[in-house]
Design a protein around this ligand. Structure first.
Ligand code: GDP
Length: 462
């Protein structure tokens, strides 16, 4: 997962210079450029396999009083402690240490984070800095650099790697390799929507229909099968099923459904969930409850509208019930619209119209899972994520809470399956739900993550 290296230090010690040097960028980053509210600047250092964070713009309010600068520096250090795996604490080799340096050092010591002291402006060997002072900070051996002239740069790069370890080799990090093998799927849905029929279709057998003693429950079983995907690659699947249980009786409530069919167990084991609904019956209250359970588990959901053969048949026969719809396509569009009105899913959740009986679009249903499963391992580069966050927050700023501004400083992906993001902001409150959805939709659109659920964790401090 992404490794963060943050640069901290009091104003004017050369943090931005050092950032540019390590990022191999020549442009000077100006924190207080009008209209650009980039509190934290990040750069993915590809050859080091880490993300470099410059905190220097965080907490600045425009004033320059000592108290304001101290407060800003402390906020920067707090942020670095929360966000970084390694903190580069930059001090000024010409001016020497100040009271604020000592203060920052003690915050860093208490945090127990890995800290590297970097003496900057070590240009000509004439620095006045007293090494005894540096060692008294209690943060270990310093490295000396000149961000301006490049002196000590190679040393510093090596030191960073010695702290965080070498970059993960590219081929171990690509989606294809990390995609789960086999791909675990399960069918959930009300009784009689066709879950068993679909399962049998995939397994090319009737082995699932077992007349079970009513009321018995068993753990989910894993049934392997193979599928030739779009690129002709053979994909190993595992169907998670509650074998031995046939929902032959109408169950009273979703709760009963879940306890008796152990659907939750299946959902937890699966990588991708097929939520099956009946093409002719539409969405019922029970469908809603079942979908809700799946969404709660943060698993990707593909909506499978089964028994589509009946719809195709009805249009062919000019059945009276089709008079309301122009054609099958029209029915499909209206069905999908109604579906999303009644059920809440992750933005872009795929909807596939299939038939267990005729095998219509069963391949599409499986290909869709293969695609989502691959997406689930995507690692989003931190810099691209933050460029997007800046764009999204500029287009629509987070709503103020209790009359006070809600500001997002920085976001980083912390995990996959489901996608997890840590969002650093100025408040502890929960992100308002509609704003959370706005961010989710933005990330889904930008990175093509249709149907992949995401979790946000807010880290904030006043
Ligand atoms: P489950 O309770 O969800 O496992 O549903 P079943 O697989 O037992 O199917 C319930 C009923 O719907 C059975 O009578 C099936 O034959 C029928 N059925 C299932 N899938 C289809 C389909 O794609 N088309 C049609 N026409 N009938 C289906």
């Amino acid at each position: 997962m992404s490794r963060n290296v943050a640069i901290v230090g009091r104003p004017n010690v050369g943090k931005s210079r050092l950032f540019n040097r390590l990022a191999k960028r020549r442009v000077t980053i100006v924190h207080d450029q009008p209209g650009i509210t980039r509190d934290v600047i990040s750069f993915d250092v590809a050859d080091g396999g880490y993300t470099l964070l410059d905190t220097g713009g965080l907490g600045l309010v425009g004033g320059e009083s000592t108290a304001e600068l101290t407060a800003a520096s402390e906020q920067q250090v707090d942020f670095a402690i929360a966000a970084a795996d390694l903190i580069l604490f930059v001090v000024d080799g010409i001016e020497g240490l100040t009271a604020l340096d000592t203060r920052i050092a003690s915050m860093l010591r208490r945090s127990k984070k890995t800290v590297q002291v970097v003496i900057n402006k070590a240009d000509f060997g004439e620095e006045k800095i007293d090494f005894a002072d540096i060692y008294r900070l209690g943060l270990g051996e310093p490295v000396q650099v000149s961000a301006e002239h490049g002196r000590g740069e190679a040393d510093l790069r090596e030191t960073i790697i010695s702290h965080i370890g070498p970059p993960v080799p590219e081929d171990e990090d690509t989606a294809d390799k990390t995609a789960r093998d086999p791909l675990c799927v399960c069918f959930i849905g009300r009784p009689n929507v066709g879950k068993s029929s679909l399962s049998n279709r995939l397994l090319k057998s009737d082995r699932l229909i077992v007349s079970a003693t009513a009321g018995t429950t068993r753990d989910a079983v894993e049934l392997p099968f193979q599928f030739k995907a779009r690129n002709n690659k053979l994909i190993d699947f595992t169907l998670i099923d509650t074998a031995g249980i046939k929902a032959n009786t109408k169950l009273a409530s979703p709760v009963e459904y879940f306890s008796r069919l152990r659907a939750l167990d299946s959902i937890q084991k699966a990588d991708v969930i097929y939520m099956v609904v009946d093409a002719l019956e539409g969405i019922t209250q029970q469908d809603k409850a079942i979908a809700g359970e799946a969404v709660k588990e943060s698993k990707p959901i593909i909506v499978v509208v089964n028994k589509w053969d009946l719809v195709l048949e009805a249009f062919k026969d000019d059945d009276i019930s089709t008079q309301m719809y122009k054609n099958e396509r029209d029915y499909r569009e209206k069905y999908e619209k109604a579906l999303f009105e009644r059920l809440f899913f992750t933005p872009g959740s795929p909807v596939i119209f299939v038939s267990a009986v005729s095998a219509f679009e069963i391949d599409r249903m499986l290909n869709s899972a293969v695609k989502i499963n691959r997406l689930l391992d995507m690692k989003i580069p931190t810099a691209r994520l933050n460029a997007l966050i800046v764009k999204l927050t500029e287009r629509m700023p987070p709503p103020a809470i209790g009359g006070r501004r809600f500001k997002i400083y920085y976001a980083t992906q912390t995990g996959n399956r489901p996608f997890r993001f840590r969002i650093f902001c100025n408040r502890e409150e929960k992100l308002p739900e509609n704003y959370r959805r706005y961010l989710e939709r933005g990330i889904v659109n930008e990175f093509g993550l249709e149907g992949c659920p995401m979790l946000f964790r807010l880290i904030g401090k006043e």
